[in-house]
Design a binder for this molecule. Structure first.
Ligand SMILES: N=c1c2ncn([C@@H]3O[C@H](COP(=O)(O)OP(=O)(O)OP(=O)(O)O)[C@@H](O)[C@H]3O)c2ncn1[C@@H]1O[C@H](COP(=O)(O)O)[C@@H](O)[C@H]1O
Length: 98
């Protein structure tokens, strides 16, 4: 998978997350967490961030990748829960870059 394909997948994942927020289903983890409210969604980002840091300092590359994936997914969920999208954050990064 090249960089372009990775970014395309993130965009696809974001669309699934948006769909789970708009059309909640009982089987969906995304819907389940979102129904608990912003505090729970934000808490998950904090937990996954701490777990990522722990694996970076003391863990294996495999576990670091797993925790980083959890972190990115939960951050995407939090942003979308708050009415933001990945592209809004990329715009901020782009502005800093120039
Ligand atoms: N990428 C993810 C993803 N990453 C992590 N997780 C979930 O995040 C949780 C993190 O593990 P934890 O041990 O911290 O949490 P937990 O024990 O489940 O307990 P709590 O979150 O309730 O505290 C696990 O339950 C994972 O399944 C994810 N859940 C869903 N997705 C993707 O989101 C999309 C929609 O999934 P559903 O909402 O389940 O349909 C699909 O593309 C999924 O692949």
């Amino acid at each position: 998978m090249n960089n372009e394909q990775s970014l395309a997948f993130l965009s696809k994942l974001e669309k699934v997350i948006q769909d789970r927020l708009q059309n909640p289903s009982e089987e969906s983890y995304t819907s389940k967490i979102a129904q608990k409210g912003v505090n729970k969604v934000a808490q998950k980002v904090g937990e996954e961030a701490v777990e990522t840091v722990i694996e970076a300092v003391n863990g294996t590359e495999e576990l670091l990748k797993e925790e980083a994936a959890d972190l990115i997914y939960h951050l995407l969920l939090l942003l979308n829960y708050k009415g933001l999208e990945l592209k809004d954050i990329v715009k901020v990064l782009e502005k800093r870059h120039s």
